[in-house]
Design a protein around this ligand. Structure first.
Ligand code: LLP
Length: 427
């Protein structure tokens, strides 16, 4: 976060607050979120894309009511992909027309909730869903705005992209082989659907803009084909999310204004070449907004040196509050934050308290060799896909999210209690 600093005695402060005081007041582990940083990132995206485009924050990265209110105030829209995310958005007062509903297998109940709430966009992900959404829309007497999600045949990875003829994955309708064109044909025929555009999302934690360029080109070609076949120019393109953030010092993320400029230029150039009016662009960043705003604060419980290997440092959380290392082999950094240390660095692995050897938070780290039980350590960049993917494995209680702003800290998602766990256990 931008407001993280080392105080005079070597302890870290966030927004002017000492991490030792935060640990004392809120307990550990805790996700500590810098609200000013979150808002600044949201605003930077909004301003980079300007009034001619829309930024939909991807709620799957991290969603709670406070976040919805910040986004609403900062002028962003919201992408939700389940009934649960939709309920959170609506309960925090996000205007429904600023919500886009995603999901590759939305239930009829979820579609009904979205249409009756008046969401601004439903992103269609299959042939079955075209009929399902049309049916619900007709029943509720709403002409529902929809986009069709297409797979452009680009599989984006962090530093490269591989063009495949046919993508072997569950999302969207393939451009290759004409599935996407057939979906457009069917949607245009249904009077209860208003097809406004084409959607593409190529992956996540991407640094290379080349994959987006290919996606933009292919989506614009589809718009040109649609004009030629049906005589309509669809007014919107959504290029999804996926922009990478720095987890370690090796990562070199793009800034929102670079991304906006590059996407805007490609879409404009391709549309001009195809003789199309430039459609309204939207994007769906999740990680790039939420990820860097938060660190997880842990207390060290045990320190176990393994001769000739490394030292295992156990913290009071683990794979239940951050599954990403175990699931994706994700890389994180870690630092001692409750004091300064001049001790030699030691090779360390930060592990959790779960009954599983894969319960690793930070695989390879250097920590001061005088690290001891009771020290506080922090893992940065845990604002996206950590709390939102947290579990109760081993009946561990999910940590709170503490938002720091203007020199004050407040809980925006409280720590789970044993009562919370037992409430569901009704046998
Ligand atoms: N839009 C759509 C349609 C998506 O499927 C996603 C992410 C996003 C936007 C936001 O992508 P972002 O900007 O956050 O990369 N759990 C994984 C990431 C899964 C992303 C799924 N879709 C992780 O922890 O890395």
């Amino acid at each position: 976060s931008r407001t993280v600093a080392r105080g005079a005695d070597g302890a870290v402060t966030v927004g002017g607050l000492d991490v030792r005081d935060l640990a004392e007041e809120f307990g550990t582990p805790a996700y500590v979120l810098d609200e000013a940083d979150f808002r600044a990132r949201a605003r930077a995206w909004r301003e980079a894309f300007g009034p001619g485009a829309d930024v939909f924050y991807a709620g799957k990265a991290f969603l709670c009511r406070a976040v919805v209110r910040w986004l609403e105030e900062e002028g962003l829209n919201l992408d939700v992909c389940t009934g649960g995310e939709l309920a959170t958005a609506l309960s925090a007062g996000m205007p429904a027309e600023r919500i886009a509903m995603h999901g590759n297998n939305k239930s009829v109940a979820e579609i009904e909730r979205a249409v009756s709430a008046g969401v601004g966009r439903i992103v269609i992900d299959s042939f079955q869903e075209i009929a399902r959404v049309a049916h619900v829309a007709e029943r509720l007497g709403v002409r529902q705005k929809v986009q069709i999600r297409v797979t452009v045949g680009v599989e984006a990875h962090t530093h490269e992209f591989i063009a495949t003829a046919h993508e072997d994955q569950k999302f969207g309708l393939a451009l290759a082989g004409g599935q996407a064109a057939e979906a457009v044909r069917r949607a245009l025929r249904l009077e209860w659907l208003e097809l406004t555009g084409i959607h593409s999302h190529i992956g996540s934690q991407i640094f290379d803009m080349a994959g987006f360029e290919v996606a933009a080109r292919r989506v614009v070609s589809l718009l040109a084909e649609i004009r030629d076949e049906h005589g309509v120019e669809l007014p919107e393109i959504d290029l999804g999310g996926g922009l990478g953030i720095a987890y370690t010092s090796d990562d070199d993320p793009r800034e929102p204004h670079e991304i906006a400029k590059s996407l805007g230029e490609i879409v404009t150039r391709e549309c001009e070449a195809a003789g199309l009016a430039v459609p309204r662009l939207s994007v769906e960043p999740g990680r790039a907004i939420a990820g860097p705003t938060t660190f997880t604060l842990y207390e060290v419980g045990t320190v176990k040196p393994l001769e000739g290997l490394r030292t295992y440092v156990s913290v009071d959380g683990g794979m239940s509050d951050n599954i990403r290392t175990a699931l994706y082999d994700a890389e994180y950094s870690v630092a001692l934050v409750s004091r300064a240390s001049a001790a030699e660095p030691m090779a360390a692995r930060v592990v959790g308290k779960h009954c599983e050897s894969g319960d690793i938070v930070v695989r390879d780290a250097y920590l001061p060799s005088d690290l001891a039980p009771g020290d506080l350590i922090a893992v940065p960049a845990t604002g996206a896909y950590c709390r939102s993917m947290a579990s109760n494995y081993n009946h561990v209680l999910r940590p709170p999210v503490v938002a720091v702003a203007d020199g004050r800290a407040r809980v925006i998602v409280r720590r789970e209690t044993e009562e919370d766990l037992l409430r569901l256990d009704v046998g």
